[in-house]
Design a protein around this ligand. Structure first.
Ligand code: THJ
Length: 137
């Protein structure tokens, strides 16, 4: 028998959106490129390769976010130890809600996420570019 899911994705995302501020694509476009604002791309690498990227966004796969944010983690990244407004996005705005909630609860002070994610950004004619593989030295 299939397990009974007591709290589904809709409830989880709705709850997350009470904790992390969701912004529209139009708001995100006005923030894009501003000093002190860093876009964070939570999508899987295959999504970047297939759909393209927002230039300047920092790629942090969803599964690594909490580990990269916590300075005490062995995987901590300097990117998240800065006083920045972090604008999270994923493919459609669901993963970024859950991710945003997690890092707000961890103590990151200034976190937003984009409603509709990359798909919404593209529809709203936000800047996108082809993904370019980084050369590894
Ligand atoms: O998390 S998602 O909205 O990209 S399916």
């Amino acid at each position: 028998m299939a397990p009974v899911i007591k709290k589904g994705i809709k409830a989880l995302v709705d709850e997350a959106n009470q904790v992390v501020r969701e912004i529209t694509v139009a708001e995100a476009i006005t923030l894009y490129g501003k000093e002190g604002v860093q876009f964070i791309d939570l999508r899987d690498i295959r999504e970047l390769q297939r759909d393209g990227v927002i230039p300047g966004a920092y790629h942090c796969p969803r599964g690594m976010l909490e580990f990269w944010v916590d300075p005490d983690s062995p995987y901590a990244k300097k990117m998240f130890q800065q006083d920045l407004t972090f604008v999270l996005f994923c493919g459609g705005g669901l993963r970024s809600a859950l991710a945003g909630r997690a890092v707000v609860e961890m103590g990151l002070p200034d976190v937003l996420h984009i409603r509709g994610g990359f798909a919404g950004w593209r529809k709203g004619e936000g800047v996108i570019a082809e993904y370019i593989e980084k050369a590894h030295a």
